[in-house]
Design a protein around this ligand. Structure first.
Ligand code: ZN
Length: 386
């Protein structure tokens, strides 16, 4: 055991094997913690997903709201034999805290909760509200997570001014990268039809794998953006899977169909209908007999830098003596749902070099720094006048 409330809380959360979609007692731990601080707490169940919405305020001025968002679910640890320590032990060794979720993102959850605790106990009077939105489904489909809570809050005319997302944004050093937007995500499942037959008699068949190769080459060479985006990285496509109906892997069968999963990460200079149009043009140009199913999982979001961005940059500078870079790289984030509410959103979390990997860990010094930076952000937002 150690005597740091921050490390103890982080360990307690890591010791819950809350692999998506399970939540174990993470929400209970967080509810108890916030209850003791006098937060108003509401648990929102949507089907099997448990979400927590909580806020604390001084009576004087409730107008300004600073919200922290995060998630308690983690990805599967994978092969347990490969881990140096059991993934749900929360073991400390050589100044690191080890386990699944240390970086993504139970370390950040503990850091924001302890920062809130310190702030509230040190300041009996402040301006506005301090709020938490914590879901148990971010790593899975997320359909009953943050998005549903936000819909509920919008229906109630709740207002959020500033939001910190605790996702691991940092790269080489804690706080070197903060994020204020992400590209959108669109998936195409393409089925290309051929004619099944014997590989020794190709004249009687149409091999859909052979037919699709030139089209794929074109797809990968396409420039999708009509001009360079000033806000986001370029639109890009990755083929994430290719498979056929040749399920028993026979080496003498030309398959009937080949199926491709393609994921597009798209920016503000590339509308969805353009991606669909170009893709169809390529496949038609190669006279393929095909079918495509589209699935949009996220629109791009961009949060215009304002007061919160300045506060976050200054807080990082205060502790780290460097200025963070503002980026919109990486996968989608629940920040997009909060941006919908008109809030200024900044993502700031741990270093991301071990996320979702075997032997995920966080340096204890990073965990402590993250907590100090979060606390300074709360102070700079809620102790100042507009
Ligand atoms: Zn995460």
């Amino acid at each position: 055991m150690n005597d740091s409330p921050l490390i103890t809380l982080a360990q307690k959360l890591i010791q819950q094997p809350s692999v998506n979609p399970k939540h174990h007692i993470c929400h209970e731990i967080i509810t108890n913690y916030l209850q003791k601080l006098g937060f108003n707490i509401e648990l929102m169940h949507f089907n099997d997903t448990l979400n927590l919405w909580a806020f604390h305020s001084c009576k004087r001025n409730q107008k300004r709201t600073l919200l922290f968002i995060g998630h308690t679910d983690v990805v599967d640890p994978g092969d347990l034999q490969c881990w140096n320590y059991p993934p749900f032990s929360g073991l400390i060794n050589d100044n690191t805290l080890n386990g699944r979720g240390t970086v993504d993102m139970k370390g950040a959850l503990a850091a924001m909760l302890v920062a809130a605790n310190n702030f509230i106990t040190q300041n009996s009077n402040y301006q506005g509200r301090l709020a938490f939105l914590i879901t148990s489904d971010e790593e899975g489909t997320g359909i009953n997570g943050t998005t549903k809570v936000v819909d509920t809050l919008i229906m109630r005319n709740e207002h959020i001014d500033y939001c910190i997302v605790g996702e691991p944004s940092s790269q080489q050093q804690l706080g070197d990268v903060i994020k204020n937007g992400r590209r959108g995500s669109l998936t195409a499942k393409l089925t290309i039809h051929g004619t099944q037959g014997h590989v020794a008699y190709p004249q009687f068949s149409k091999n859909p794998i052979h037919l699709v190769i030139p089209a794929l080459s074109n797809l990968l060479k396409t420039t999708w953006d009509k001009e360079i985006s000033r806000l986001f990285p370029p639109t890009a496509v990755q083929i994430s899977n290719i498979y056929t109906n040749n399920n028993n892997n026979s080496n003498n069968v030309i398959p009937q169909n080949v199926i491709l999963n393609c994921n597009f990460r798209f920016n503000d200079k590339c509308p969805i209908n353009k991606i669909k149009k170009y893709t169809n043009e390529i496949f038609r140009h190669h006279t393929l007999n095909y079918h495509v199913d589209w699935k949009l999982s996220a629109e791009p979001y961009f949060s215009k830098p304002g007061k919160l961005t300045n506060v976050v940059i200054n807080a990082v500078k205060y502790y780290q003596k460097f200025t963070p870079r503002l980026e919109t790289t990486g996968g989608t984030s629940d920040g997009r749902f909060i941006a919908k509410m008109g809030a200024e959103v900044i993502e700031l979390g741990a270093r991301n070099h071990t996320i979702h990997k075997i032997n995920e860990y966080i340096d204890l010094i990073d965990l402590k720094l993250l907590h100090s930076i979060y606390q300074k952000i709360i102070e700079d937002i809620l102790l100042t006048h507009d």
